[in-house]
Design a protein around this ligand. Structure first.
Ligand SMILES: [Zn+2]
Length: 93
């Protein structure tokens, strides 16, 4: 995948590109981790119900009407606990 950063102004956008790069690297790390998990199946899948934050929404007052479930995978990688958001389709795996 090739992406050409568009920069309109000097130093500020360079800083942002650097932080983008870090995120990208982190994403790749997580992706690698996820690929390992597919083989070794370590870690715990958490199911979470989320509030959307709108006061008028039913989820604000009724916990059974929260949105989701959203799945999250927690595992340990080199001593750190890593959380990975999963799509509902990936959770059964
Ligand atoms: Zn809601």
């Amino acid at each position: 995948m090739s992406r050409i950063p568009v920069s309109k102004s000097g130093a500020r956008s360079v800083e942002r590109d650097a932080s983008l790069g870090r995120h990208e690297q982190r994403f790749l790390e997580l992706k690698r981790g996820l690929e390992q998990i597919e083989y070794f199946c370590k870690g715990t899948v958490l199911k979470r119900m989320m509030k959307c934050g709108k006061a008028q929404c039913a989820c604000a007052t009724d916990t059974t009407k929260r949105h989701g479930p959203y799945f999250e995978l927690t595992y340990k990688a080199s001593g750190k606990t890593v959380n990975v958001k999963l799509s509902p389709a990936a959770a059964p795996l």
